[in-house]
Design a protein around this ligand. Sequence first.
Ligand code: NDP
Ligand code: OXD
Length: 320
Amino acid sequence: MGPAKIMLTQDNPVMLLKTDARDQEWISAFAAAMPELEVRVWPQVGDLKEINCALLWNPPVELFNGLENLEVIFSIGAGVDSLLACSALPAKVPIVRMVEPELTAGMVEFCLFQVLRFHRLMHCYERQKAQYAWQELPQLPARDTTVGVMGMGVLGLALAKQLQSLNYNVIGYRRQSKPNDAIEMFCGEAQVEAFLRQAAILVMLLPATEQTRHIINRETLAMLPPKACLVNAGRGESINEQDLLMALDSGQLQAAALDVFGQEPLPTDHPFWSHPGIFLTPHIASITHPPTACRYIADALQAYRVGGAWPNLVETGSGY
Ligand code: NDP
Ligand code: OXD
């Protein structure tokens, strides 16, 4: 008979950690949130059979070798595309998405900033300053400005609520409507045109999936109102970048604030760097905050022990 199986429901968790270069922050945060947790930082793994949970960012394929008692994988990011792209990901181990308040707050701040920039025409006044031009531009009130939020999950919903509190006219786009949607919602391909036709400022907070790849392209860009502005803080793959450049150059699109790109880091010879209509940031819209994230993981483990179910499970096989 081999050694007894280590189980999350009966034993103290042993967590394998592979982070985005913030090991020490995570170790300290786990020590505060779950002093009983043993953390092993990859590749210092010890006895692999003792490891029953993992918190991961961009795991290499060899990380999964011998992890036969792994019961759950926590994703460090809200987006799980890079995790799902790992060919060695064990098929039957549940993956829990990162949903934590500081990550959400950071994303809301970032997107509000970009919406305010475009609504209050700061991109135009910056251009005017460069030309020493003292000129007042016509300003629409927030209530007459429609902001379309594409991707109404955890982040999109939090953003929409804040936008509404600033009086913007907010509409949302998702796969399926849910009961009690407090925002006018458009769902699925059948309603994408009706949604985009109204979105003077389009904010994209979509995950990277087969279905969202290039969802914004020449055809859908043409559905936006003339001189619309676009913000993308979801994933770069959602936009056909060549089509975006053409829409900016033709004036169909006024400006774009991009935090995510098809290739990251953005290559130095990419035309986005020098385009006057593009504001770009290096995938910093929001990052996971270890103290609140470790409390979320502690609560998830506790909920699993009590009820046997994980929160915010990744729907593998259904487009994620
Ligand atoms: P959620 O899973 O909570 O929400 C995703 C939303 O996208 C849902 O509303 C979902 O629809 C919608 N959606 C998915 N596929 C489609 C589709 N084919 N057509 C229409 N709508 C679709 O994710 P989060 O809100 O937590 O995060 C969103 C994304 O933000 C992450 O996946 C990540 O890529 C990105 N992100 C970027 C960061 C950055 O720093 N730039 C930081 C954190 C996250 P439905 O509601 O019907 O399921
Ligand atoms: C992401 C994240 O998914 O940082 O981009 O959470």
